[in-house]
Ligand binder design. Sequence first.
Ligand code: ZN
Length: 148
Amino acid sequence: MWVAQWNRLPTRNRLARWSPVPDKSCLLCGTHDEDRDHLFLRCSFSEQIWKKVTRRLGHRPFLFHTWTALLDWLHLKDRTSSLTLRRLAVHTTISKLWFERNNRLHNSRSSTPMIIFKDIDRTIRNSIHTRKRRRKFRNLMSHWLRFS
Ligand SMILES: [Zn+2]
């Protein structure tokens, strides 16, 4: 299950439990220690992306302050956005944020929230397109494009 997978990501704060890490600061904002909840949810950089993602799902833009809040929202029955689309959006957003973080760490290359959101959008469209024959994905493209 992907949630468990993200729980074990080697964020700088996690690595510091086993050996001293010279710099524990977040690679996206540089102002806070990097742990899972900060990196993916509370970082000002990530927040800009979540606002765009939640807006595209049809919600008034909002933010998650804890991992539990994110998971609760993922399991909520909600008329605004389907469960499948919400899961796809969350999974894609987390993946792209982790990729951005690693790109900064290993390649010294960085993107903007706008460019990352465009990449998220493209990835979600492609995922829906390749699964369009599955029942759960049948109407997702129009849902995802509804608020674009
Ligand atoms: Zn940060």
